[in-house]
Design a protein around this ligand. Structure first.
Ligand code: ZN
Length: 479
């Protein structure tokens, strides 16, 4: 693995100052090993440095995606409920690999992977914070029924085995935990989380939505009552969070991941998504995620933009509905940018290591081409606006994670799959190019399609509604 020193010369470096204000500075940036050791003007090149010309480039902190089901690559383009799919272990390996590379391609350098595809002990043996998730498994397709035991013995023994080997790869992949079984009694939940803590797991995550069709109750309140709400907690969505929820989350410094594409599409919460709601004080606890990459792009910039503009649209609509115009713009591109960078770092308690470009932090850097047709002029006027509102993944020329170049000249580098093979063993070749991986994914997608065609989706949907206690009278077509 190439970890030699790199001198990034003459770029516009996006640093963070007080109050998270972004300060673009023209400077050289030196990476030694996996750490940023200098950001200053005129660093002298040395024979040990790989010198990378960053003239007319923007150097941004790598993006931090705090809620993503990375395995879903093979489901892209369809609207299936992933619980309906009998997913095979070798396909999870490839789906996961493809998902991680998509993240790198779009500039995501840290991802909290809510890995809810653990159908067997082998499935779990296949990110940055890999949150192992006990997963409901199917007893039968028709009628649709789930196994009654969410926590068979192999779940805990697999978690223990993973914890014994963590961290993985070169140390950047750490073990987390994901759990969506809070319908289980307190006597099951509390010892489970004692176990999770005893394994040294620092971040755990859960879906939390106040779902109108299932009735609602406050997960933060429940967790607080169990003594589990603290800074290790990262709740995804929190649609419909109340002022009391927000107060609990602030008091305990627990966090939220808002995922604009899926929340807007699937009706989880208000059109003004949590970070920019004006009715509750919750922005300080928020970060951003991509959620289902089967439904939407893995681009964190897309999520920043969607969040900002949908919040502005909903805000403006209130004024327009009363025949007046808003006098001020609603929220800023800088706030949206920070949700995908420094706020994401805080959500996983890694703000001293990632989330901004600063001496002593890990070298997770995204390099944008400031002269691209999308970014030119915007990049020179306001680089944060250029990234949030004008850029696409096609403008990302280079991605560096932990001091290692993962994307260069707009192309993903080859992947060394030997790293971590003791855990993620799914391929005999040691090094894979993106094209090898893409061809493998296309072939495996055909197999998934053949399985899906055997399922009566209409009947399966009816059974899912029953199994998840959804009140059918509250599912309506028009209002
Ligand atoms: Zn999710």
């Amino acid at each position: 693995m190439a970890t030699e020193s790199k001198l990034l010369q003459g770029g516009l470096v996006l640093t963070h100052g007080a109050d998270d204000h972004v300060l673009p500075i023209k400077a050289d940036l030196l990476i030694e090993g996996n750490v940023i050791t200098k950001i200053e003007d005129g660093i002298q090149p040395s024979a040990e440095y790989e010198v990378i010309d960053c003239t007319d480039k923007i150097l941004s902190p790598g993006f931090i995606d705090t809620h993503h089901h990375v395995w879903q690559t093979l489901l892209k383009g369809r609207h299936a409920d992933h619980l309906l799919l009998d997913y095979l272990a070798p396909d999870v390996y490839w789906g996961q690999l493809g998902g991680c590379l998509e993240c790198l391609d779009v500039g995501t350098t840290t991802v909290v992977d809510h890995a809810h595809v653990n159908y067997s002990p082998d499935h779990g043996k296949y990110s940055s914070v890999y949150c192992y998730c006990p997963t409901p498994t199917l007893e039968s397709w028709a009628p649709f029924s789930l196994t009654s035991n969410l926590l068979p013995d192999w779940v805990i023994s697999t978690l223990e085995a993973l914890a014994a080997k963590a961290p993985f790869g070169n140390g950047r992949v750490v073990l987390g935990f994901a759990f969506d079984g809070f319908f289980l009694p307190k006597e099951v939940i509390v010892p489970l989380f004692q176990k999770v803590k005893s394994l040294g797991i620092k971040t755990w995550t859960a879906h939390y939505g106040q779902n109108a069709a299932q009735g609602s109750s406050s997960l933060p309140e429940l967790l607080d009552g169990y003594g589990l709400l603290d800074s290790s907690v990262l709740l995804s969505h929190a649609g419909g969070a109340t002022p009391e929820d927000a107060a609990l989350l602030r008091k305990t410094n627990s966090h939220i991941s808002t995922t604009p594409s899926t929340e807007l599409q699937m009706g989880i919460g208000d059109p003004i998504l949590n970070p920019f709601r004006s009715d509750i004080d919750i922005l300080s606890q928020c970060s951003l995620g991509v959620d289902c990459s089967s439904n939407n792009s893995a681009s964190m910039v897309s999520e920043m933009r969607l969040l900002l503009q949908s919040a502005r649209g909903a805000h403006n609509a209130k004024f327009l509905g009363k025949g007046v115009l808003p006098n001020n713009i609603y929220h800023t591109v800088e706030e949206a940018f920070n949700l995908g960078t420094i706020s994401g770092a805080r959500a996983v308690d890694m703000q001293d290591k990632i989330g901004s470009l600063a001496v002593g932090k890990l070298a997770d850097i995204v390099i944008f081409d400031a002269l691209s047709s999308s970014m030119v002029c915007g990049a020179q006027h306001d680089p944060v606006a250029a990234i949030v509102l004008h850029s696409s993944p096609a403008d990302i020329e280079m991605v560096i994670v932990d001091g290692v170049i993962r994307k260069r000249h707009w192309m993903l580098e080859n992947v060394d799959v030997k790293l971590g093979r003791e855990v993620w063993d799914g391929e005999k070749r040691d090094v894979l190019a993106w094209k090898d991986i893409a061809r493998e994914l296309v072939e495996r997608r055909k197999g998934i399609q053949q399985q899906i065609e055997k399922i009566d989706m209409g009947a399966a949907k009816e059974d899912v509604i029953k199994s998840f206690y959804i009140d059918k009278r509250r599912l309506v077509d028009t209002i």
